[in-house]
Design a protein around this ligand. Structure first.
Ligand code: AMP
Ligand code: MG
Length: 376
């Protein structure tokens, strides 16, 4: 493993300095690792045609070699360099959604080393919409394999500081262009299956894809697979976005959630557990009397703001040293549409499936028992 310090290039997010971009592109061409901002999260890039460089991504991230990487392109014309048997609908989707947060799984071109796809005969591709990512991809004129630039199973990085927190000294360069605009990863769809299958909800609303893919198969809720099953659609592992404290998702109506917190938090306090609360602004105002560390993520009515802040807040709890984090979730209806689907998916995984549904039909006593069963 490298021991050199990671170089940080600060660039303007809209008009990045061409000299910095050229230096980063040169590093990529030489097989080195460069983290860069995309519109979703920061990615950790390597030359996708260089098996050795790709292997270094897995090592730097401590990512299992079974979890495939997304290949980033500067231009639709590069598709035929990395994929074969490309269906017409892939071009229609690219035309409508690229550059943007939509990843297409296609048949892998033999020129793309197998470790990019963790041995599969498929390859995931997308064209990112961030000016810095596009400038870098154009400057190096190579397909760039780039998973999120975090250590495996940590929340994805939405700032260069998050990248350094996880990977300082383990990668060559990070290009810092400020926080990423969307804050959640891309939507992934598999076009090699019939019917096509949603593998991960993300920055592109699934509802918008239906015009092109009327038969798109979407799982009912967050798709959670065991270590073994996850081979088919990696990234669906339950524990995929976990902060260090134990997250419990608190679903249901606002008043009921606040009432439950007022009975549950003192119980945890008495057990010596430090409590964190991840709440929308309006609910945060109602818990000042509780002994808990409170972080907010805007209004649940504004999913784009929630998405932008979610991972940063989960990371912040790590340094605050809390044991249990109650996180409020978007309501059931919002969890089925647009960004709400991706937000619920990430929160559910951060909570490793632990959900408490508050409401009039369930007593505080039952909820407390359910909570105690979840505790470490
Ligand atoms: P990351 O960029 O870190 O969010 O990780 C990329 C994710 O894209 C993986 O965890 C998978 O969920 C998905 N992915 C990438 N390549 C493939 C592929 N060939 N087949 C299925 N899913 C893929
Ligand atoms: Mg990732």
């Amino acid at each position: 493993m490298m021991t050199n310090a990671t170089q940080v290039f600060h660039v303007d997010p809209v008009h990045p300095d061409p000299i910095a971009i050229a230096a980063a592109a040169q590093a990529l061409a030489e097989g080195r690792l460069v983290a860069f901002p995309t519109e979703t999260v920061y990615g950790l890039g390597a030359n996708a045609l260089d098996a050795g460089a790709v292997e270094r991504i897995f090592i730097a991230k401590q990512r299992p070699f079974s979890d495939p990487l997304i290949v980033h392109l500067a231009d639709v014309a590069q598709l035929t360099d990395v994929a074969i048997n490309i269906p017409t609908v892939a071009y229609a989707l690219a035309e409508r959604f690229w550059p943007g947060p939509l990843t297409l799984v296609l048949r892998r071109h033999p020129n793309v080393p197998a470790n990019v796809s963790a041995g599969r005969d498929t390859v995931a591709v997308r064209m990112p919409a961030h000016p810095v990512a596009l400038a870098l991809l154009r400057a190096c004129a190579l397909p760039i394999a780039a998973p999120s630039a975090n250590l495996f199973s940590r929340p994805s990085p939405t700032t260069a500081q998050h990248v350094l927190d996880d990977l300082d000294g383990r990668i060559d360069i990070v290009i810092d262009a400020g926080p990423t605009p969307i804050g959640l990863e891309s939507t992934v769809i598999d076009l090699t299956q019939t019917p096509p299958l949603l593998l991960r909800p993300g920055g592109t609303a699934v509802d918008a894809l239906r015009a092109f893919l009327p038969d798109l198969k979407t799982p009912d809720g967050p798709l959670i697979t065991s270590e073994k099953e996850s081979a088919a659609s990696p990234g669906t592992l339950l524990k995929h976005y976990s902060p260090r404290g134990q997250v419990i998702l608190l679903a249901g109506e606002s008043q009921a959630a606040l009432r439950f917190l007022h009975s549950a938090v003192p119980v945890l306090n008495r057990r010596g557990l430090r409590v964190g609360l991840l709440l929308p602004d309006d609910e945060a105002r109602e818990v000042a009397d509780l002994q808990a560390t409170v972080l907010t993520f805007g209004s649940l009515r504004e999913p784009s703001a929630v998405a932008r802040h979610l991972f940063a807040r989960l990371r912040a709890f790590d340094s605050l040293g809390v044991d249990v984090i109650f996180a409020r979730s978007v309501d059931e209806k919002s969890a089925r549409v647009g960004l709400g689907m991706a937000i619920y998916d990430r929160l559910f995984r951060a909570a490793e499936g632990r959900v408490l549904s508050v409401g009039d039909d369930v007593s505080d006593m039952d909820l407390l028992n359910q909570l105690l069963a979840y505790l470490p």
